[in-house]
Design a binder for this molecule. Sequence first.
Ligand SMILES: NC(=O)c1ccc[n+]([C@@H]2O[C@H](COP(=O)([O-])OP(=O)(O)OC[C@H]3O[C@@H](n4cnc5c(N)ncnc54)[C@H](OP(=O)(O)O)[C@@H]3O)[C@@H](O)[C@H]2O)c1
Length: 477
Amino acid sequence: MEESKILQYFEGKTILITGATGFLAKIFLEKILRVQPEIKKLFLLIRAVDKRSAEQRLHEEVLNTELFGVLEEKYGADLIPFLLSKVIPVCGDVSYENLGNYDSKLRDEMWQEVDIIVNSAATTKFDERYDVAMGINALGAMHVQKFARNCSKIEMFVHVSTGLIPEKPFHMGETLDGAKISYLDIDTEKRIVEERLRGLEAQNATELEIASAMRNLGTDRAKLHGWPNTYVFTKAIGEMLLEKLEENVKLIIVRPTIITSTYKEPFSGWTEGIRTLDSIFVAYGKGKLKFFVGDPNSTLDMIPGDMVVNSMLVAMVVHTNQPSHRLIYHIGSSLRNPLKYEDMRWLMYNYLTENPLLDTGGKPIKVEKGKILETMASFHRYIAIRYLPFVQMLKLVNMILCNHFRNLHANARRRIDYSIRLAELYKPYLFFHGTFDDTTTENLRTTIRGSEVFNFDPKCIQWDEYFMNTHFPGITK
Ligand SMILES: NC(=O)c1ccc[n+]([C@@H]2O[C@H](COP(=O)([O-])OP(=O)(O)OC[C@H]3O[C@@H](n4cnc5c(N)ncnc54)[C@H](OP(=O)(O)O)[C@@H]3O)[C@@H](O)[C@H]2O)c1
């Protein structure tokens, strides 16, 4: 397929994008505006109390980011008028029916004009409160799908999800290997959330107690059904709900693995915030992380954000000519160009030795090679031997000195609990030995082989070069 055919497809189209203040959707927005300025309209769903604050978020958190610098160079003073003629912020929230938008005039306009919906809204916290994750990742997907059904011209609905090893759909009620029960009843899950919330309110639980109870509930329910955390569990429920509803709207489910900074477009190394495994790089670089938990031979599946966006754009064009009503694409690297955790560790060490982070006084922080704890048992042993005695000692001193070191003791305890929680949360990723099947995605790649503009082939990535010159400098910045 020619690149021009892809560009042509988007000419005159109107797209509704959810999650527009998020990392991936911003890359999507910038790309479409840059490569196809003849796009008709882009409605961006943004959580905000009113239209004015949605506009403010659009400007401050989206358009004013460095990501839009290339467009700024291209348009100069005409950029703002160009953007304002295309981009329309819409106040809303996917957790509600009709996306929580109460402006009926605007809603009618969207129902009449939208050709494509891209649902990128999600909570990506692994241990999110169950009620919140259920509302956004599961019911949210369903609300966006229902909204799509009301759009008279809708051509397709692209849902960004997250995957498991086979590139196949989740069927309603499915549980995973290791589940303690054999059927996932979504109505029961909704009821459990409501009952638990009511119970906590009846006990006059504080907001903090409610948040903690709902977080634990999510983790427990996810594990009961075989999923490692609330995030992936509720995303899977979202897919099941879409499967149930899908009749007349073509559905593309894109499941990226861990999304990292941009590979090439609009420039290399754009990222935002400290995302997933980047927290390891930062903690290590700041000298706070002295050891690594995880199997050195496990595979880290990562994929740059611009490649994910390219795959979405190509999938839309290819899908429009296919009879199939639903396609699932895994966008990752573990099958075609795997990266070992051990290699990543060395890359971090080399980078931070050559380019150390600075402490608050501006002095370079020296990193050590760091001990590797290859099993969770060795991690727990290490904590018990290295850190717990220190906490016990602080506790004792504290008792003797009438709570003089209360804060010190509480902080040390909190840091240990935090390390244990982080290790438990990331465990499925740090001991991961699978590869993500991407056969359907590979077929998609063959349609656009050789294209620079829409490249999403992970085989192009030289990992050492990418991390040393692109991703690590991006996070550091
Ligand atoms: N990042 C990854 O490594 C990764 C990997 C695999 C799959 N994914 C999937 O890719 C998609 C995008 O991820 P991302 O990294 O861009 O996430 P992100 O940066 O955390 O952005 C999430 C976006 O969703 C919005 N959102 C959250 N709750 C919402 C609600 N109730 N209603 C409307 N919008 C809501 C957020 O808005 P606020 O600004 O108001 O919070 C934000 O704009 C998600 O579906 C995620 O599951 C991500």
